[in-house]
Design a protein around this ligand. Sequence first.
Ligand code: URA
Length: 423
Amino acid sequence: MSHAVDVIRAKRDGRRLSDAQVDWVVDAYTRGLVADEQMAALAMAIYLNGMDDAETARWTRAMVRSGTTLSLDVGRPTVDKHSTGGVGDKITLPLAPLVAACGAAVPQLSGRGLGHTGGTLDKLESVPGWRARLSEDEVTAQLRDVGAVVCAATEGLAPADRKLYALRDVTGTVESVPLIASSIMSKKIAEGARALVLDVKVGSGAFMKTEERARELARALVSIGVDHGLEVSALLTDMSVPLGRAVGNAVEVAESVDVLRGGGPADVVELTVALAAEMLSRAGITADPAAVLASGEAYETWARMIRAQGGDPEAPLPEGAHRHVVEAAEDGVLTGLDAYAVGVAAWRLGAGRARKEDPVQAGAGVLCLAKPGDEVRRGQPLLELRTDTPDAVAGALEALEGAYGIGGSAPARPPLVIDTIRG
Ligand code: URA
């Protein structure tokens, strides 16, 4: 048995923690035997002095063991995807049914949005009747029948992470690569999929603003996955401009349905197909996701997935009652559109929440009617803001000040998929 103070001192002084110390402190904290102030001090020491790959893997294992793990014996190879979060990142919605239509089982236990990035559950809850909460038996049954499930993570998965994440949030210790990587991977490993593809976003709308930091996180995530015997890859993808044209809840569902019906913006289609191809390869399935998307089978799987959770895939989606259009002030080419600013604007319009318990508006959001590189004419609509609360428009417009420019030509952009790191 260790003492919390000894563990804190060891990390404070830059020493590595032993497996026994990691196991003890994570377990004791989960059970309330280590106080919040002690874990806060340890989290800060980890933030400042880091953890090596083996310590981080052990920390992750201890968090997985703090709760239950799903055993997904569903008769198909299981493969999951996790995105570190971005603006307009609705990719889970077309991706899960597409990969299921190709023969895999995709358990997507997701979260709600906080801050400028939206949450998959918030988006899906704009579908009339759809319910996020499923029991473990319902998850397994749906994976067998439909092949894809997107639902709320059950309380029992990695409870140590839930407690620690809340503490990190209020102690300035979120932005630590070993703590972020172990937090993400503990939940994914507890979900029980055998293969995992991570979409690590880079740019203004992402958690990691620079490629260097994003690569560091991607490597840490892949290293933990390998240590736990997963087939794991990470794609580094651009998040300097919003993904697609829609940013919000119902508007992102509508755009995802367009993709599933064979249309939709080129960047959303490209990333959906790239992630699907990597997921299928890691799951050992030979299929052509672009062809399956074009065939309409992925849409059929989407409709079954929505119905299985009480939703009506054909019902009209809510639309914000009030609309405000931002027009181009001159002729030219749109030179940029800052993802972070658009994310904040959508959030202020009511699509996101400031505190976990806040409600979100299903119909609120931003439609990006022009994207960088598009030619625009004076007076042409660039952005459409939607909300049920017209008072929110001023704050959204303030967030968008300086977020886009019109000039002679647009600067070259990085490729959407910057790199792939395989474990
Ligand atoms: N997302 C998580 O799940 N955990 C973190 O620590 C950061 C982002």
